[in-house]
Design a protein around this ligand. Structure first.
Ligand SMILES: NC(=O)c1ccc[n+]([C@@H]2O[C@H](COP(=O)([O-])OP(=O)(O)OC[C@H]3O[C@@H](n4cnc5c(N)ncnc54)[C@H](O)[C@@H]3O)[C@@H](O)[C@H]2O)c1
Length: 384
């Protein structure tokens, strides 16, 4: 059995999902490699040591440079905020380590391009963390579109709605600091629906957007876990430097129209990532909080019997499901990560490119930057 030694950087939200996925990959996908939890890295010694014990790693490092230099590491997994992606990736590529990097790939298109170029130059396997592509329902949507079941595509209507910062006293976490994350709802959550639109519908021709920062100052943060946080007791406030909401339109190169709405102020919506695609022969709808289902309208059926039907994407013939449970025994958020790391491990052992790769991450950066440019110039921006 092939084995791969992981070096994971970052031990919080994504660090937890990724390390859980490593454990599941070989348990369920026996044609994939066994991923060893070799080393975990973070800057705080006691916290990273605790994560090593909790997640089951064999060792830890407090400096990512030492991790990358180790001979016993096959791939580097970057699960840090965006401002650390570039420097880690450039060094890891130099050391010929394969790289998995969370989204958005770079802080901007320039960084994304540097990372893509370094990965190509060093002939490593590179993958970007667009995990929603690995939901079986998304694979079914892709197959239906490629098989022509929707006919000519007219519309992609994407939403990514959350509400975790709607309270003006929610603290100033790193996701609200442009120097750390690059952008707000745009890069954090629009990134996912942009990637799905590229995957399902195709490349963008141009974009026109608007963004808004509703709450301009927030209390200084004490600690953040997942999407919850506590404020510092000083009572001091700091400036929010990113968008709270980002909405834009696109013309796809194939003639379809797209609309995208990403916000953290959609009260009542927790992780409502959803879209509808309309074509000449039918439509599909997907909502991540019901990720085991895909809605399908067939415009060629008898009009008297027409209507959206709900497909339970849990048959063994649906992508990835053969590895899991019998029909109707649903899967969840964490499974998307197991699937993406199975893809990554198989790409490394079979020496084939991973999908989605740094090119997909770079293209997403290009579109995100173009949305911001269109907001500042108040005009349509052509995607180069
Ligand atoms: N695919 C998804 O659905 C998804 C979901 C959430 C976050 N993300 C992405 O994952 C990345 C991490 O987000 P998160 O939510 O896990 O953040 P987090 O705040 O929960 O964890 C970040 C981790 O990075 C560590 N870190 C920060 N700078 C570092 C450095 N210079 N060296 C070593 N460690 C460092 C922190 O100590 C922490 O362990 C971001 O790029 C984010 O956009 C993706």
């Amino acid at each position: 059995m092939k084995q791969l030694n992981a070096g994971l950087i970052g031990y919080k939200f994504m660090g937890k999902t990724h390390s859980n996925a490593y454990r599941q990959v070989n348990h369920f996908f026996s044609d994939s490699a066994k991923i060893n939890l070799t080393a975990i890295c973070g800057r705080n010694k006691s916290a990273v040591k605790k994560s090593m014990d909790t997640f089951g790693f064999s060792s830890f490092e407090t400096n990512y440079k030492e991790l990358i230099k180790r001979d016993d590491i096959d791939f580097i997994d970057i699960a840090t905020p965006s401002n650390a992606h570039l420097e880690i990736a450039l060094m890891a590529a130099d050391y010929k380590k394969h790289i998995f990097c969370e989204k958005p790939l770079g802080m901007n298109r320039r960084e994304g391009k540097q990372m893509l170029d370094a990965a190509i130059k060093n002939k490593i396997v590179h993958q970007v963390g667009f995990n929603y592509r690995f939901a079986p329902a998304i694979r079914l949507a892709k197959k239906m579109i490629d098989d022509g079941k929707l006919g000519t595509i007219y519309h992609f209507r994407g939403l990514y709605l959350q509400d975790w910062i709607v309270d003006p006293n929610f603290p100033l976490v790193w996701r609200l600091d442009k120097n750390i994350c690059g952008s707000g709802a745009n890069g954090d959550i629009n990134a996912h629906i942009i990637d799905l639109a590229r995957y399902l519908v195709g490349e963008f021709h141009d974009v026109m957007g608007m963004t808004k920062t509703f709450i301009k100052e927030r209390p200084i943060v004490e600690e953040m876990t997942g999407l919850t946080a506590t404020s510092n007791s000083s009572g001091k406030k700091g400036k929010v430097t990113v968008d709270d909401a980002s909405i834009f339109m696109t013309h796809f190169k194939n003639g379809a129209l797209g609309t995208f709405e990403a916000t953290r102020f959609a009260t009542g919506n927790k992780n409502n990532m959803s879209f509808e695609i309309n074509g000449s022969l039918g439509s599909i709808r997907f909502a991540f909080e019901r990720m085991n289902e895909l809605e399908y309208f067939n415009n060629e059926e008898d009009k008297q019997l027409q209507g959206f039907r709900t497909i339970s994407v849990t048959e063994g013939s649906h992508d990835f499901i053969h590895a899991w449970w019998p029909p109707g025994h649903v899967i969840g958020y964490e499974h998307t990560f197991t699937h993406e790391f199975s893809e990554f491990a198989q790409s490394i052992i079979n020496k084939k490119p991973a999908i989605p790769d740094f090119y997909d991450g770079y293209m997403c950066n290009v579109i995100l930057d173009s949305v911001e440019q269109s907001v500042s110039e108040r005009t349509w921006i052509t995607i180069e």
